[in-house]
Design a protein around this ligand. Sequence first.
Ligand code: GH3
Ligand code: MG
Ligand code: MG
Ligand code: MG
Length: 323
Amino acid sequence: RAITSLEIGMQAPEREAVSDQGKGGRILLVDDRPSSYERLAPLLSAEHDVDVETNPSEALFHAAEGNYDLLIVSLGLENFDGLRLCSQARSLERTRHVPILAIADAENNARLLRGLEIGVNDYLLRPVDKNELMARARTQIRRRRYTDHLRDNVQHSIEMAITDGLTGLHNRRYMESHLATLAEQAGARGKPLALMILDIDFFKSINDSYGHDAGDDVLREFAVRIKKSIRGIDLACRYGGEEFVIVMPETDLHVAQMVAERLRRAIAGEPFAIEKGTRRIEVTISIGLSTLERKGEPIPDLLKRADTALYRAKHDGRNRVVA
Ligand code: GH3
Ligand code: MG
Ligand code: MG
Ligand code: MG
């Protein structure tokens, strides 16, 4: 029986988790007692890459910069509070997901419990048993790799769900879920909001004359030019086949008209390369503009007005901006 791609996708990480021995990890050992780290570091080094940080005030920085698979923190440090380091590591973006293995003295139960509360993943009691140290380090490193893998998969799925595959712009679903928020924010802050629908003129005849691949080239290049002409806070998406929408927060009609006109010229003024750059063709677009008229105005009304304006731009001869 053939294995389906779905099964492969589901089983791969589990297989990896089983076969991954948790060896060869990058470990940062934070410990300022020579009697302790001089014993632990060589043990760990037999299987892993180990850095020792004996200066506690540098430890967080070191941990954030070093891309570690595991932090081993000695809680009984002489000169500083290991627990505080653990809690800081948990709140810092760069170290949030790095597992922490704490080493504590048996008599200091309260500190140990506190450590587990703030996100220490596992602990060892002194005197540290060699086999226990190695096994717990491996377990944490293995889990870290597995959860990294899962997180990458989830992130990838989310990106796929909100991105248009052809152009790399956001897709319609993302735009629609975001537009309401942007409109609400604009309303609440008393700021303007502009929206434009851009539609390639006679796109069907580009496909008919030069083929579907050439049409796709035009769509991709169009998206590149859109990205170049908008700000970071603007939201651009491929709304449908050869229709795009740009939402511009904090932009009034006058400014939006200038942006739209600049974009129209950026398209009409520079021919598009197709057929692997061997041919260049003229492309024009029409743009319909609308702005938020009042607080709480329904999004469909905003889109409808831009669409009506676009229809007029087409009707009036194309290659133009209508508000
Ligand atoms: P107008 O100036 O009125 O906008 O005319 P038009 O030809 O651009 O408009 P129409 O809506 O009739 O045609 C749009 C065409 O876009 C039809 C469809 O085959 C094509 N199309 C839609 N999505 C894609 C795509 O992803 N790739 C390519 N190459 N063509 C596409
Ligand atoms: Mg059309
Ligand atoms: Mg069109
Ligand atoms: Mg169209």
